[in-house]
Design a protein around this ligand. Structure first.
Ligand SMILES: [Zn+2]
Length: 821
C-alpha cells in the first residue's frame, strides 16, 4: 500500500471556506453511517465539498477506499453502525486554508504499493476545535487517506492517528501554495486571521484546475506526490507556457507517528515507510518494461538463440572467433598519414581477410563497401524499404601495446588466449572493441544460419582509427553513410560506450546519450632571442611556465546543470538507488528546482568523485610542451598544448574565451601582447617598444576542435528509440540471468555519458538517436574495464556471451519496432 499523489489540485476559492465558523450540524448525531458521513463531509465549508471529492475520486483509475467503508458498502443498506456521533468536518481557525486534491497514479499492478486518492491540503491548526473522532473518520469515509496542513490541532491529530488518517505537517507547501495562488494581499499572501478567514485565490490561476486530470482552460495542472519513506512531497505544476515545474517540500518523517499509525492499522512501520516509494522514481527516472520479440518467428528465433548461447559448442565457436581477431595486431597510432601512405595500416587488411573467412554467410549475404580502403560498411538489406535502417558500429583498431610493458602481460597481448579455469579471454582489443565487433558479426552469422531474414535493413560500420581520433575511418564512413542513407536517414545507432554496474545497491545501465566537446589549444610565447649570458628576467619558457601555472590555478568551474546528462543520471540514482543516503537523495530531488540544492549536490557528490567532476565540468590538461634548442641560447619561442574536454552545456568558443581571459591579465603584468584565435586582445600599441617584452598567441592546435554532441532524446516525444533500447537492455539482462518477467526492474536504465569521444562524433547527421553502449558489466575491473588501453586487457567469456545475447535481442526487436519512422 502506498499513499501517493494527487493531481488536478482543487482550489476551493473562496466558496469552500466561506462557512468556516459554522458548527457542523451533525456533530451530535451519533447514528450516522460511513456512507452518510461521506455525503456530508466538509459540508460546513462548502455544500459542494462532497461532490467535489467524489468527482475527483471518479477521475482515478482505482481510487482508494477505506477498508471499513468498503466492508460497509458490501452489506449495502443495512442500518447504520452504532456509536457514530459526527461532526461533518474538522473545524479550523479563521486563518485556515483548505483545498482538495485528487490523485491519479495509474499504477494498476496489484503488487504495487501505490494508492491513489483525493488528498486534503489545509492551512494551520487544522482540526482545532474538532474533538470528535468523526472529524477524522468522515474524511476516511469520503476516501481521503491523508491531510496535509501547516499544523494540526492536537485532539484532532490524536483522533486521526487512532483511526488511521494520515496527517502530515508541511508548512512550506502551505506557504508556497498560499503565496502562489492567493491574491488577497499584495504579494499573494494570505492574511493572518483576516475577516472571515477566507483565502481568496486568483481564480484565473486556480479555479479551473479540474478533476478530470486534463489541463484546465487556464493551462494549470497541479500534482502532488507524497513519499512517506523519505519525508518529501513533490509538487508538479503543469503550465501551458512553461511545461511542468517541480517543487520539493519536506515534512518530518513519520517516526513515532508511523508507529502509532501502524499499530492502529495493523500494519508494520516498514509498510508505512515504504508507501509511495516508487512514485518519485516514475517522475524523475521513468522506466519501461522489458521488450521481447513478439512475432512468432522472432520470438522463436530469440528463444532458440538464447538456448544456443548456453551450449558448449557455441561457446567454443564464440571464443574461437574473438581469439582469431585478437591475434591480428591492428594498432592505430596518432597522426598517421592516410591509408596507402603508411604500411602500419596494412594490419587492417588482415582483419578484412580474417572476417571474410570467419563469417562466410555474412560475406555471401550482405553487401560490403570498403571506404577509404579500410573502413568496412556492410548492409543487410531488409524486405521492407519503408522501414528506416539502423546502424551497429564498432572499430577494428586497438591501442598500441607499449613494447616496454610486454613482460607485464600475463598472456601475450596478441595471443587471444582463453583460460578455461578463470573463464577469461586475454589480449589487446578483447574489451575495446573487438568483442563488440565479433559479437555483432557472430550474432548476424548465426541468424543467417537459422534462415532468419530482416524486414528492416541492418547496417554495420567498422572504423579503423577510433583510437587515434577517427579522421581516416569514421570520418569518411560518416560521409559515405550520409550519401547512402541521407541526413537523419537512420533509425538509431549503437556504438561502443557505457555499460551497466551496481550503484547504491541497484544495477544501472547507462547508455551514453551525449558526448563532451573537445579542443586542443596551443599557447605560444615568442620574444627576442639572444645569448643566455645576458638574459632578461624571463625567457619565453619562463613566461610559459607562469601561464601554465595561471591556467592550473584557474580551472573551469564544475557546475552541475539541470537538464544535463550528469544531472539526469543522478536523478536516476536518487530515484532507484536502494542504498543512497536520504540526505543526498533529498538534495538531488530538490536540485530540480532549487539552486542551493544543486550546489549541495555538487558538494555532496560531484566534488567528491573525480570521474564525475570531470564529466560535469570542462577539463583542462597541459599535455604537451616545447621550447628551447640549446643550453646557451635564449629560446625565441616556447609553446604548450592544453587539452580540453568541453562540458555539454558549453562550447568551443566559451572554452577559448576562458583561456584567453585567464591569460590576458597575466600578459599585461608581463608587458606581453596577446592575440587569441585571430583577434588582437592586447595589441602592440598597448606598450611602447621599450616596454614590450614579447607576444603570446593562442590558437586551435590541430583544427579538430569539436562541439559537444547533440543530446539523444530520452524522454517525451521522440524518445521511442531510447525506450526501445531500454526495453532491450532489460530483456537481455533478465534473460541472461534467468530472472524472467517483463517488469524490467532488475536493471534500471539511465541516461549516461562518458568522459571521452567515440567514432559517433562523425555520425551526428545520420540520426538524433545515438547510443554509446556496450551491454557488459562496467564495474568489472573498476571504473575502466580491466586492461582497456593498458596491460592485461581481458574479457570474461560470460560478459562476451551476454553482449551477443544483447545484439540478438536488439536485432530481433528492431525488426518489429514501429515507432522509428
Ligand atoms: Zn573503443
Amino acid at each position: 500500500m502506498l499513499i501517493s499523489t494527487l493531481s488536478s489540485l482543487f482550489f476551493s476559492c473562496p466558496k469552500l471556506l466561506r462557512h468556516l465558523r459554522l458548527k457542523g450540524k451533525y456533530t451530535y448525531q451519533d447514528s450516522m453511517s460511513r456512507s452518510q458521513m461521506c455525503e456530508v463531509v466538509l459540508e460546513n465549508y462548502s455544500q459542494n465539498a462532497s461532490g467535489v471529492l467524489q468527482t475527483l475520486r471518479r477521475s482515478l483509475i482505482e481510487p482508494w477506499v477505506h477498508p471499513t467503508t468498503a466492508a460497509e458498502a458490501l452489506t449495502t443498506n443495512t442500518t447504520s453502525p452504532s456509536s457514530t456521533s459526527t461532526t461533518s468536518s474538522p473545524k479550523s481557525t479563521p486563518s485556515t486554508t483548505t483545498s482538495t486534491s485528487s490523485s491519479t497514479t495509474s499504477n494498476a499492478n496489484p503488487n504495487s504499493t501505490t494508492i491513489s486518492a483525493p488528498l486534503l491540503i489545509s492551512g494551520f491548526n487544522f482540526g482545532t476545535g474538532s474533538s470528535r473522532e468523526q472529524a477524522a473518520t468522515s474524511l476516511l469515509a469520503a476516501g481521503v487517506p491523508l491531510v496535509v496542513a501547516g499544523s494540526f490541532g492536537d485532539i484532532f491529530k490524536r483522533n486521526a492517528i487512532n483511526n488511521g488518517l494520515i496527517c502530515l505537517e508541511c508548512p512550506s507547501l502551505v506557504d508556497y501554495l498560499t503565496s502562489t495562488y492567493s491574491t488577497q494581499l499584495e504579494g499573494g499572501r494570505r492574511s493572518a486571521g483576516a475577516g472571515n478567514g477566507v483565502m481568496i485565490c486568483d481564480s484565473a490561476k486556480a479555479h479551473n484546475a479540474n478533476a478530470d486530470n486534463n489541463m484546465s482552460s487556464s493551462g494549470l495542472k497541479l500534482d502532488l506526490e507524497v513519499d512517506m519513506a523519505e519525508g518529501v512531497m513533490m509538487l508538479s505544476e503543469g503550465k501551458k507556457e512553461t511545461g511542468v515545474v517541480f517543487g520539493i517540500f519536506f515534512f518530518l518523517q513519520l517516526g513515532r507517528y508511523a508507529f502509532d499509525l501502524g499499530k492502529n492499522l495493523d500494519i508494520t512501520v516498514d509498510d508505512v515507510t515504504s508507501w509511495t516509494h516508487n512514485v518519485n522514481a516514475a517522475h524523475f527516472c521513468p522506466q519501461v518494461t522489458a521488450l521481447y520479440p513478439q512475432s512468432s518467428v522472432n520470438a522463436e528465433t530469440w528463444t532458440e538463440f538464447g538456448e544456443l548461447l548456453e551450449t558448449e559448442k557455441f561457446k567454443t565457436l564464440a571464443i574461437e572467433k574473438l581469439s582469431g581477431l585478437i591475434q591480428i595486431p591492428s594498432e592505430s597510432y596518432d597522426n598517421m598519414p592516410p591509408p596507402g601512405q603508411d604500411p602500419r595500416w596494412e594490419t587492417m587488411g588482415q582483419v578484412h581477410d580474417y572476417l571474410a573467412v570467419a563469417f562466410p554467410l555474412i560475406h555471401s549475404t550482405f553487401s560490403l563497401a570498403k571506404v577509404n580502403t579500410y573502413g568496412l560498411l556492410y548492409e543487410w538489406t531488409g524486405s521492407d524499404a519503408s522501414l528506416k535502417p539502423y546502424l551497429l558500429a564498432a572499430h577494428q583498431d586497438v591501442v598500441p601495446v607499449n613494447p616496454d610493458t610486454l613482460d607485464t602481460w600475463i598472456y601475450p597481448p596478441y595471443s587471444g588466449f582463453y583460460d578455461a579455469e578463470t573463464g577469461l579471454i586475454w589480449g589487446r582489443g578483447t574489451s575495446d572493441d573487438k568483442a563488440s565487433l565479433t559479437g555483432i558479426m557472430l550474432t548476424l552469422e548465426t541468424l543467417i544460419g537459422k534462415g532468419w531474414t530482416p524486414k528492416r535493413t541492418v547496417v554495420l560500420a567498422f572504423g579503423f582509427d577510433e583510437e587515434s581520433s577517427g579522421i581516416h575511418g569514421a570520418k569518411t564512413l560518416g560521409k559515405a553513410l550520409e550519401e547512402i542513407y541521407g541526413r537523419d536517414g537512420l533509425a538509431f545507432i549503437v556504438d561502443e560506450g557505457g555499460g551497466f554496474k551496481d550503484v547504491y545497491g541497484t544495477i544501472f545501465a547507462t547508455p551514453g546519450v551525449a558526448e563532451k566537446g573537445h579542443a586542443d589549444i596551443k599557447v605560444e610565447v615568442t620574444s627576442p632571442g639572444g645569448h643566455s649570458s645576458i638574459p632578461p628576467a624571463h625567457t619565453t619558457i619562463g613566461y610559459l611556465a607562469s601561464i601554465i601555472s595561471e591556467l592550473e590555478q584557474n580551472p573551469f568551474p564544475v557546475e552541475l546543470a539541470r537538464g544535463t546528462v550528469p544531472h539526469d543520471t543522478l536523478l536516476c540514482y536518487a530515484a532507484h538507488g536502494h542504498d543512497i543516503s536520504p540526505r543526498l537523495k533529498h538534495a538531488i530531488f530538490k536540485s530540480t528546482h532549487c539552486d542551493a540544492a544543486l550546489h549541495r549536490v555538487e558538494d555532496l557528490y560531484v566534488s567528491k568523485d573525480h570521474w564525475y567532476s570531470s564529466l560535469v565540468g570542462t577539463t583542462q590538461a597541459v599535455d604537451m610542451i616545447y621550447g628551447g634548442v640549446k643550453a646557451n641560447a635564449l629560446p625565441e619561442s616556447a609553446y604548450a598544448i592544453v587539452n580540453h574536454r568541453i562540458n555539454t552545456v558549453s562550447s568551443v568558443n566559451e572554452t577559448a574565451a576562458h583561456d584567453t581571459q585567464t591569460i590576458a591579465s597575466l600578459a599585461r603584468s608581463f608587458n606581453l601582447t596577446l592575440k587569441a584565435f585571430g583577434e588582437d586582445i592586447i595589441p602592440a600599441s598597448a606598450y611602447s617598444s621599450s616596454e614590450s617584452k614579447g607576444h603570446i598567441e593562442l590558437s586551435q592546435a590541430f583544427n579538430h576542435e569539436l562541439e559537444p554532441a547533440p543530446r539523444t532524446p530520452t524522454s517525451g516525444k521522440g524518445s521511442e528509440p531510447w525506450d526501445f533500447l531500454s526495453g532491450t537492455i532489460k530483456a537481455t539482462y533478465a534473460a541472461h540471468r534467468n530472472l524472467g518477467g517483463v517488469d524490467g526492474s532488475n536493471i534500471i536504465v539511465s541516461p549516461g555519458m562518458s568522459t571521452g569521444n567515440t567514432d559517433t562524433k562523425y555520425y551526428w547527421n545520420l540520426t538524433r538517436h545515438i547510443f554509446r553502449y556496450n551491454h557488459k558489466n562496467g564495474a568489472y575491473g573498476g571504473e575502466i574495464a580491466t586492461g582497456v588501453h593498458t596491460v592485461n586487457e581481458n574479457i570474461p567469456l560470460d560478459h562476451y556471451l551476454e553482449m551477443i545475447r544483447f545484439f540478438s535481442t536488439l536485432i530481433l526487436n528492431a525488426d518489429e519496432a514501429k515507432s522509428f519512422e
